[in-house]
Design a protein around this ligand. Structure first.
Ligand code: F6P
Length: 492
């Protein structure tokens, strides 16, 4: 945190993401405005960084009371309880949102980059909106820049064209782009009809970050295969038309130590309140899953593993409940609606087979505030992160952060970035139902000493490689580049 304060003092820092960190939802009867923190790994990671360094965060306005709180420049100071930076909102029309966000970003790029066997859909109309939305955000960056060399942190697959656009308008800006989702292999990426435009757009960045080295390799291979550019595999840089882009691995993380509100409530009270609040008997064993309701998260496979656990271990029936918190997400897209129906139907089928005095699966399709989610983490015997494919997955790290009692077991999909950093979890293949069921039983039966040994190792890693280090490393690399670029050309 100190690095961020020190290094960014006096710098002109702008973050761009689609999702805003605070949504002003609606006006309550008492006149106050209900504010929500969205279920987003990106927001979880970047918000503490922005609190530490101030600056401007540009994002799409999405709440029905969002317009009511902004000034004439569409800005509002946040966090609401202790303002420390500016949130600048961009207003998209329903057509723009349908084409840019639901269409190109989430029916095209999202399934293209995740191996979840959902076919990407590309429409030229969506592409036109994506291009136009990127242009609008680029204009906002130029307007918000206080200098001609701001540091701009571009977030995610919604803005692949933005780095090039910023570079064209502000050639001295330092653009750090972070791609929060996986990058596929060149054959898969080439499916996209606008693959070249996307690569050229991203290569407007000074630094392009991914969570894992594997995704850096995939990106560099894709560039090498599809466009004219010089790829240097020693330095992991790509140069194109005199512009150099460093491709780097920066595994994202969470704030450490976790905010006091999250872990202040004693574990025993969390256990009591979660059980009582859900009508579960005292002593009921609890498994927890926390995800957006998204087909990449492997919720279906996870429920099948719970079903197999009961088939193989009948003594667990009525003794163990798996609670799945599923935040509604992107529900205008057919694939997401069908997925929600399938998840509901499967939970009902398994509950009809295996509920005892308490349900086998408790599916809670609603938004939960972060402090409430932490109570669930602290109450659970086991947390099951079963993504079919995931850039990092911060739920895994949040669960570990929540367990200052050094108890609880993490069952973690091998297809998450987190699995590379947390090998002390029970790492599973989410497609292997028997293996996942065995891991759940192992977790429920694990002696406390072994839970402690595993938890301590994971907590040590996350405390050291926390989100400040994630941001700090990118910014230090950027600072070095800026200093180098200001030196006169080599005279010899
Ligand atoms: O990390 C991937 C991501 O798409 C983020 O960009 C986003 O904030 C989060 O998942 C939640 O998705 P959405 O913003 O579409 O609700």
């Amino acid at each position: 945190r100190a690095i961020l304060h020190g290094d960014l003092r006096g710098e002109d820092v702008i973050v761009v993401s689609n999702r805003e960190p605070y949504i002003h939802q609606y006006r309550r009867a008492d006149g106050g405005i209900e504010v929500q923190r969205p279920a987003s790994g990106l927001v979880t990671a970047l918000e503490p960084v922005m609190r530490a360094c101030s600056g401007v965060w540009i994002a799409t306005g999405s709440g029905s009371a969002d317009r009511a709180v902004v000034d004439a420049n569409d800005r509002v100071a946040v966090p609401p309880e202790r303002p420390s930076y500016q949130l600048r909102r961009i207003w998209l029309s329903p057509e723009e949102e349908a084409g840019y966000y639901y269409g190109f970003a989430n029916e095209g790029l999202w399934p293209l980059c995740h191996i979840a066997h959902v076919r990407p859909t590309f429409r030229s109309g969506d592409w036109a909106h994506y291009l136009a939305a990127n242009r609008r955000f680029a204009e906002a960056v130029v307007r918000e820049a206080k200098t001609d060399d701001p540091i701009v942190l571009v977030q995610d697959y919604h803005f692949a064209l933005l780095p090039r656009m910023i570079h064209e308008s502000l050639p001295d800006a330092t653009v750090i782009t972070f791609w929060h989702i996986p990058w596929p292999n060149p054959e898969s990426f080439a499916i996209c009809p606008w693959a070249l435009e996307i690569l050229n757009g991203l290569l407007g960045s000074n630094i392009l970050g991914f969570h894992t080295q594997f995704h850096c390799n995939n990106f560099v291979d894709t560039v090498d295969r599809l466009i004219e550019a010089r790829v240097d595999r020693e330095t992991f840089t790509v140069s194109q038309g005199g512009k150099l882009t460093a491709v780097r691995r920066y595994p994202i993380s969470i704030a450490w130590p976790p905010v006091e509100d999250m872990v202040g409530k004693p574990v025993a009270d969390c256990r009591h309140d979660v059980r009582a609040g859900n009508g579960l008997p005292p002593g009921q064993l609890i498994g927890i899953g926390v995800d957006r309701l998204d087909y990449t998260k492997g919720i279906i496979e996870r429920f099948l593993a719970v079903e197999r656990l009961f088939e193989l271990n009948p003594q667990r029936i009525g003794q163990f409940t798996f609670i799945q918190i599923a935040a509604p997400s992107r529900s205008s897209i057919d694939e997401y609606r069908h997925h929600e129906e399938a998840v509901n139907a499967l939970a009902a089928r398994i509950n009809a087979r295996f509920s005892g005095p308490a349900p086998a699966i408790l599916l809670k399709v609603e938004h939960h505030e972060a402090a409430r989610v932490y109570e669930y983490y602290r109450a659970a015997e086991v947390c099951f992160v079963g993504s079919l494919h995931d850039g990092m997955n911060l739920v895994a790290k949040e669960f570990v952060a929540a367990r200052d009692d050094e108890r609880g077991v993490l069952v973690l999909s091998q297809f998450t970035g987190a699995a590379r950093e947390l090998p002390e979890a029970l790492v599973v293949n989410p497609y292997d139902v028997d293996q996942c069921a065995a891991a759940l039983e192992l977790a429920l039966a694990m002696p406390p000493e072994e839970q402690g040994d595993r938890m301590r190792l994971m907590r040590r890693l996350i405390s050291e490689f926390n989100v400040y280090r994630w941001a700090g490393r990118m910014l230090l690399d950027a600072a070095l580049m800026r200093r180098r670029s200001k030196l006169p050309d080599n005279p010899v």
